[in-house]
Design a protein around this ligand. Sequence first.
Ligand code: NAP
Length: 312
Amino acid sequence: MSSEVEKVIIIGGACAGLTAAIYTSRARLNPLLFTGSMFGGQLMMTTDVENFPGFPEGIQGPELMERMRQQAERFGTRIVYEEVTRVDFSSRPFRVWAGEKEYLAHSVIIATGAKPRTLGLESEEKLLGKGVSYCAVCDGAFFKDADVVVVGGGDSAMEEALHLTQHARSVTVIHRRDKLRASKIMQERAFANPKISFVWDSVVEEILDVSKGRVTGVRVRNRKTGEEKEISCEGVFIAIGHEPNTEIFKGQVELDSRGYIKVRDFVKTSVEGVFAAGDVHDHRFRQAVTASAFGCMAALECERYLSEKGII
Ligand code: NAP
């Protein structure tokens, strides 16, 4: 166990966590940040980020994260590339376990983000990496001139579909309703792309073919007519939203029915001195820039808390 009590531990090394690190390190709180298994979070699976202010030509997701990391380290953030496996917020100082070690902290900023939601099919799990993917940017190039399917109707699904048209011969979007949830501009782009077609009101019942050990198609059911049909394809990209990474915080801070951390005053959790920033509580906006904004708010509130408690 480390006997030193950190002023602040930040859990999560993507937009929210790194922004919190930039602010808390500039406030001379000497933050200790754990990246978890995925430094940079979801932006590491993205190519062009066109809507992060300050980059009129766009910037690659991994490059943006690398720049945030450098900016955080410039002011003294200590970054540990380990996963936090357990926390105890029931007494003070707070306790945080990562790797073999236990760490103590006067305050904690949780910025663990969210991960892709799954369809929950056995065939999906068995064919993961054998044609089933949650990231077109990561795996799209494996599907050159292939027929692929995208499941979902939100911005992520449109983004995946549009990206896949760079590689695939055809992209079929399967959506469970007859209207997309995606923003107008993404809808327009998808509708205008001749490689993209839509199967409406339909859900994927099974991904084929587990017995062959690779994706050969999907069996879909029309929710209105009950009709079932098979669509042949070599790849299935699932883009149906995300789930918060809050497993280790169950019983430690209050969560809502979907597992997101409940906050008041933007970033305060049910435990005084523990703050939450980004997709781990924000299921509404989920943008890089909003995650960063929450990271900033958490850092400022954290500094205020430490000062009020006489710790700094
Ligand atoms: P989302 O907006 O929650 O959309 C999820 C989609 O998946 C919805 O169409 C939903 O259907 C469908 N879905 C959910 N569970 C399903 C299931 N079990 N089976 C079949 N379909 C299911 O999630 P998102 O697309 O990941 O976007 C999240 C946020 O990030 C949004 O605020 C979005 O604007 C933002 N985002 C923006 C961009 C961009 O601007 N370029 C890119 C990506 C994401 P229903 O519509 O029927 O609910």
